[in-house]
Design a protein around this ligand. Structure first.
Ligand code: MRU
Length: 328
């Protein structure tokens, strides 16, 4: 397999390496994924995260496995387990299904599987550029943007989804500033997006998730860009918990709101947002030093935003208009 390089995932001299995102921004530690079980643990613990990135991680883990003397039935079992590692981001299922489709009826053909995983990696890089080309023109010089969670180079193997749009707008010379939701409970905004924006030299301000409405009321936010983990056939989309309330606030204050995602995030078999499976994560992620030790916790990792209340969904090759219209 050839060497592959991205901000959070690498294939280097026969080793599959993952940047442990749980230790960012203060420590940059690369971990080796030797087996599919390693990759599953890293996906479930969010060492590797972001819808497109976990798909590419799973595809590379299968390609790496195919190089060993694995039997076909062991390979198929590993594929099934990787596919089920997290339930919401459809990119993971798309990636594993793509690899499985390259497996013929006979013995495992490792060259075909490796080529499929490498192509999936390259495709994600191209899809990010496509989203940026579609979305960056929506950003005006002088805009104050808001984003939620992390959608950049740490969530893909390219420049990112929503953050890729923001990055290309900045690089084209538009003067912009980004408000970053810290994104409770696991702080992907505070830890990861702030880190990425700092590296890119894009001016930003970190805010708590409950501050956006007040800023919108004061006219301090012109446009919102977020990512997505699964887009249903009717355009409803799942994204990091808290996205729905940002969209409601944006609709109330008439602030244009866009989700940005690649073709690999669209699930045409899922009719509406109602059918998107939502991951629930451990209570320990929400309980903290201020809460009673045994308090009851509800911890859904994602919520669903109806297409009716957003301006649009930016894909890599087109924009789906949302029910709010305007903003274009
Ligand atoms: O739980 P996470 O950190 O994997 O959630 C990630 C998000 O919600 C992103 O917004 C989403 O994957 C789309 S961005 C590439």
């Amino acid at each position: 397999m050839r060497n592959l390089n991205s901000m959070g995932l690498r294939y280097e001299s026969g080793r599959l390496l993952v940047l442990d995102q749980t230790r960012l921004p203060h420590e940059e530690v690369w971990l080796e994924s030797r087996t599919p079980e390693d990759m599953i643990e890293m996906i479930q613990s969010l060492r590797i995260r972001g819808a497109p990135l976990i798909g590419v991680g799973a595809a590379l883990a299968l390609a790496h496995l195919s190089k060993s003397d694995v039997s076909k039935s062991q390979f198929m079992d590993a594929a099934r387990s990787l596919r089920a590692a997290r339930p919401t981001a459809v990119n993971l299922m798309v990636a594993v299904d793509r690899v499985l489709a390259s497996v013929g009826p006979g013995p495992l053909e490792k060259d075909t599987i490796i080529k499929c995983a490498e192509d999936f990696f390259d495709e994600d890089v191209r899809l990010c550029e496509g989203m940026a080309a579609q979305g960056a023109p929506l950003i005006q010089n002088g805009d104050n943007l808001l984003t939620h969670c992390n959608t950049g180079g740490l969530a893909t193997v390219g420049i990112g989804t929503a953050l890729g749009v923001i990055r290309r707008a900045h690089e084209s010379g538009k003067r912009i500033h980004v408000f970053v939701d810290e994104t409770r409970p696991l702080l992907q905004g505070a830890r990861l997006t702030a880190w990425e924006l700092g590296k890119l030299g894009i001016p930003y301000t970190l805010i708590c998730d409950n501050m956006a409405a007040m800023l919108m009321k004061k006219g301090k936010i012109n446009r919102v860009f977020v990512g997505s983990d699964r887009i249903a056939a009717n355009g409803d989309f799942a994204n990091k918990i808290g996205t729905y309330s940002v969209a409601v606030n944006a609709a109330f204050h008439d602030v244009p709101f866009y989700a940005v995602a690649p073709a690999t995030t669209v699930d045409s078999k899922c009719p509406t947002g109602e059918q998107i499976p939502i991951e629930e994560r451990p209570s320990s992620e929400v309980r903290n030093q201020w809460s009673p030790r045994e308090c009851h916790v509800f911890n859904p990792a994602f919520d669903v935003t109806p297409i009716q209340i957003v301006s649009g969904v930016v894909l890599d090759d087109r924009i789906i208009k949302g029910g709010r219209g305007g903003g274009f």
